[in-house]
Design a binder for this molecule. Structure first.
Ligand SMILES: *[C@@H]1O[C@H](CO)[C@@H](O)[C@H](O)[C@H]1NC(C)=O
Length: 455
């Protein structure tokens, strides 16, 4: 067939190429960005030769037998086999589970890394998550999560800091929650493809606009398959802290991303835990030499941080959803100007983000934490933890646990539960040098059973 019709085939191919060239030249931004080499950009200039020493950057994970690849991206299929191999080799440290499927049927993998991962979570061990690549063409976060998974696994029991993280924190890493988009994206392209193919899910939904919006309730909103899966995950798992990795700018962006006002930007939409979030953002930016100058990708951010809404409004974003609908505090890290830089640049992004990424996980243990129990020592699962002056309550888990992230300061903390006398503890000092444990014992109101009365 082909041999007989080859002239037609040839003609078709030429027409196709012409069409591609034409559409690319009609899209100046696409053209310009894709031709620009990331290596020319200011954000890689901080890199000097010494900082690229592999042993220093990856520790034990750099051993040749582990085959760590730092100059290329793993395909979705290779990610699948890597994490399952790790699970097989390190069954007490790594657990892979799918939290659900994408529109095209790809699993949304969550890689849980912590000591004794097969056992029930140790009481009061806090849960942390990194979520990357919800915009499928913002791939640096995906690549760094692939590195981080290997870094944590291979450096456990070798590097004290890693060992401490994995003994004290239940770490979940979701390298991509938009694998369909990732698969359609194009390496080397710094901006999005036409029509946002790759950024969006397979049905053209921008997942970071697809969550319920706190300031504009819309009961008719249609949620994408991926959004439903992630919402369920966020609501049912007691995460404490979360990082949401994006690209296209370099800045640590904290909630709220949205406001009750029409304006698209340029004023802060204040979150009750503003003080803690600003500290969190500063910590991330200060340890990241690409981010701390606050000048990258044509933007200027004081100290490399911003309130989300002050930059531009993101209604229906995942970050605000976490804070409003769960106990989990989420911050967004924008970590590369170029959305999908060539693989050879990835090591530079690891150099820039490694310290910040580790430090951010360690922040899970800031503030105070403890148990809320009744006189018998049983958990009071309906209890809430309130902090005077901060209008955001934390609900305890079914096992009576709570974690309350707080910036350094002096606080009055109250535990309340329906049917129980509230208990307040004043003058709690938080310095965030060591985690601060504070338990509450609640007594029932009218502890005695009522006598026979009206029924
Ligand atoms: C937090 O709990 C307190 C005490 O029950 C309540 O007065 C307050 O309205 C709650 N705040 C929020 C945001 O739910």
């Amino acid at each position: 067939m082909v041999s007989k019709n080859w002239p037609l085939f040839f003609l078709g191919a030429i027409l196709f190429l012409l069409l591609i060239g034409f559409s690319a030249s009609r899209s100046p931004s696409l053209n310009r960005i894709s031709k620009r080499s990331i290596s020319d950009q200011d954000d890689l200039n901080f890199l000097d030769e010494e900082q690229t020493d592999l042993d220093e950057l990856f520790g034990a994970a750099a051993k040749p037998e582990y085959g760590l690849k730092i100059d290329s991206y793993l395909s979705y299929e290779k990610l699948d086999s890597l994490i399952h191999q790790l699970q097989k080799k390190y069954p007490n440290l790594v657990r892979v589970r799918s939290i659900g499927k994408s529109v095209e049927g790809r699993e949304l993998w969550a890689v849980q890394i912590t000591h004794d991962v097969q056992e029930e979570r140790k009481l009061l061990k806090p849960m942390f998550k990194y979520v990357a690549n919800m915009h499928g063409d913002e791939t640096v976060g995906y690549a760094l999560m692939v590195f981080l998974i290997q870094y944590l696994v291979y450096n456990d029991q070798v590097d004290d800091r890693v060992t401490k993280i994995l003994s004290s924190t239940d770490v979940y890493i979701l390298p991509t929650i938009n694998p369909d988009g990732y698969t359609k994206s194009q390496e080397g392209l710094c901006g999005s493809l036409e029509g946002y193919v790759g950024r969006q899910n397979a049905e053209g939904v921008d997942l970071n606009r697809n969550f319920p919006e706190q300031f504009e309730y819309n009961e008719d909103k249609v949620y994408a398959q991926e959004t439903k899966v992630i919402m369920q995950f966020i609501k049912t798992q007691p995460f404490v802290l979360s990082g949401n990795l994006h690209g296209g700018a370099i800045v640590a962006s904290y909630p709220y991303d949205s406001s009750p006002y029409e304006e698209n930007c340029c004023f802060e939409s204040k979150v009750p835990d503003r003080k803690f979030f600003i500290q969190l953002a500063r910590n991330y930016a200060n340890k990241n030499p690409m981010m701390s100058p606050g000048r990258a990708c044509g933007f200027q951010f004081d100290g490399g941080i911003t309130n989300g809404n002050n930059w531009y409004k993101v209604p229906g974003g995942m970050q605000d959803f976490n804070y409003v609908n769960s106990n989990c505090f989420e911050m967004t890290m924008e970590i590369s100007c170029c959305k999908y830089p060539p693989g050879r640049d990835l090591r530079a992004y690891w150099v820039a983000n490694k310290e910040s990424l580790l430090d951010f996980i360690e922040s899970t243990r800031k503030g105070i934490y403890g148990l809320v129990v009744d006189k018998e020592g049983d958990p009071v699962p309906s209890a809430k933890i309130t902090v005077q002056g901060i209008n955001k309550n934390i609900t305890v888990t079914s096992r009576g646990e709570y974690w309350r992230l707080l910036a350094p300061g002096q606080y009055t903390i109250t535990a309340t539960a329906t049917g129980y006398e509230p208990v307040s503890t004043k003058n709690i000092i938080v310095d965030n040098k060591e985690p601060n444990r504070l338990d509450f014992v609640l007594a029932k109101i009218n502890g005695r059973k009522r006598g026979p009365g009206r029924i």
